[in-house]
Design a protein around this ligand. Sequence first.
Ligand SMILES: [Cu+2]
Length: 160
Amino acid sequence: MQENASNDTDHGFGGLGFLIGTKASRQMIGSFRGITGSLQILAAVVAGAVLAVMPTASAGAKPFPTRVQVTAKEFWYALSSRSVKSGPAVIEFVNFGEDPHDMRVQKVGGGKVYGTPIVQPGDHYDLNVTLAPGRYQLWCSISNHRQLGMEATLIVKPRK
Ligand SMILES: [Cu+2]
């Protein structure tokens, strides 16, 4: 009986030690969060400084891709802008319609045909392309959608 009692006491101390340990680690987590927070602010400040330097530092670096959005619905295409600069571009194809659609992109006069997979209603797809200066035809390749009006022209101007 005596031994059992002392064992209980040990357990009790063990439990107390555990509680203290938990408290201590909570405080550590708390102060760690504080450090992480300051680091995030520091990172944001550094990122801001880098962005501010970018225009001069990016000379000769790979250019940022141009972005243009193509909205599709039954049965038309609408472009966020009629022209873009040449070079790397992301054509974001957004299906606002009720049927599945896709997009094909080809330079007028021939060349590589870029294409998205079939995009479901409410979905979108980022098509990465490299555009040379010229005129490009965009169209939906599903059924007779192109004939119904799902096409557009994108003008690509030389990048200075
Ligand atoms: Cu279509």
